[in-house]
Design a protein around this ligand. Sequence first.
Ligand code: BGC
Length: 262
Amino acid sequence: MVKKRGNNEEVKNQVLGLDIGGSGCKAAIVDITTGAFLTERFRLETPQPSTPKAVAQTVKKIINHFDWKGRVGVGFPAIIKKGVAHSAANIHKDWYLTNVEKVLSKAIDLPVKVTNDADAAGIAALRFGAGKGKKGVVLFLTIGTGIGSALFLDGQLLPNSEFGHVFFKKDIAEKYAANSIRKRDELSYKQWGKRWNEYLKHLERIANPDLVILGGGGGKKFNQFSEFIKVDTKVIPATLQNNAGIIGAAMYAHENIKAVGV
Ligand code: BGC
């Protein structure tokens, strides 16, 4: 579909962004200078079980859909250090200590850079979204199957902050406040909003942010529970919604892989 896009100068600024989540794998080709999508967003279900082999095959299908031959940026739901997964909470356990970058680049034979999915979404939010130009300590949270976090100081990311996994209410926080828990336990927005208020108070004590941005599927519901949030820190919803993870993954790859011809 997208074999050759524009002249070389334009191609240098194009990266396929891919957001691998617990339930879906979403992708688009991104213009990294503007954060805009150059194609429609394409989504496939995350295979279950989400083993490295099965996910690699899904990624291959996505690359084939776009007929993409350039750089690929991936947001992955795990702690990522130098391309290797150091956790596997909402993805198959076989990913633990697997080099995600190597597995995926081998499967698709293209240069791949992988970063934590929430870090990717946060990067996009601070460049192009609700956090654009915000200084100080900004905490971006993505509320979905789990809770992901991205912590910034003056726009600079501190990777793998994992505030969804802080111990809270006898377990990790995402087991108390994720969007999947709201759905599973059929919590009202009042009940869920109160949980978020407690959790945000806890995060205030840990990180003392100047601003909190709520993204992911749960962030989209912000106006339904914002009245229950009574913390000192300013809390705002994300604006790029489902696209942030894709855009940020592409940005990250752009900054970490040299341009290759398409
Ligand atoms: C994972 C994080 C991820 C978040 C959102 C959590 O369970 O530990 O790495 O960012 O889910 O997908």
